[in-house]
Design a protein around this ligand. Structure first.
Ligand code: IMP
Ligand code: MG
Length: 172
């Protein structure tokens, strides 16, 4: 049976999400940004983040896959579900659950840059900076995580544990 060890409690995550919302609302005053969530992992973060914001915004999702069923990135990114909103001339804020190697987001940045957005920024709730293979500018960062595999708050292992309210270290 896998064991779970708490890394961040629901309360700690809530505070981080609130702080990110404050930073974002300060920077996007007078704009109508498109919050682009990376599925599936970001759906809970997106839902909590936007409910902390009192400003015009729109929501879109893109589904990318790089992990398959394991704990290691395969290194190859696929667009599993494309966005259905035009990116051209929009202020795009990518909403990501966790950045690990950086392979997924560097692919997405390039993919979106060709579509000529007005601006393109990254908001990540969790960051495993020590695992980075491709350097990335994170404009809004929630919480740093050590080099361990984590689940909960949207993050899965083999599609399980996404519904858990905190962030947990998964021990096999
Ligand atoms: P990267 O391409 O290595 O940066 O991986 C990014 C994606 O892999 C994230 O959006 C997550 O969906 C997934 N991922 C990375 N680390 C973890 C983890 O510790 N637990 C669950 N999913 C993870
Ligand atoms: Mg993800």
């Amino acid at each position: 049976m896998p064991q779970l060890q708490t890394l961040f409690t629901p309360e700690e995550i809530k505070l981080a999400v609130k702080r990110l919302a404050q930073e974002i609302s300060r920077d996007y005053q007078g704009k109508n940004p498109l919050f682009l969530g990376v599925l599936k992992g970001s759906f809970i973060f997106m839902a909590d983040l936007i409910r902390n914001l009192d400003m015009p915004l729109e929501v879109e999702f893109v589904a990318l896959s790089s992990y398959g069923q394991g704990m290691e990135s395969s290194g190859k990114v696929n667009v599993v579900q494309d966005l259905r909103t035009s990116v051209k001339g929009r202020d795009i804020l990518i909403i990501e659950d966790i950045i690990d190697t950086g392979i997924t987001l560097s692919f997405l940045l390039e993919y979106l840059q060709c579509k000529k957005p007005a601006s393109l920024k990254i908001c990540a709730l969790f960051d495993k900076a020590s695992c980075r293979q491709i350097p990335l500018p994170i404009d809004y960062l929630g919480l740093s995580v050590p080099d361990v595999f984590v689940v909960g708050y949207g993050l899965d292992y083999d599609e399980k544990f996404r519904h858990l309210p905190g962030l947990y270290l998964l021990k096999e």
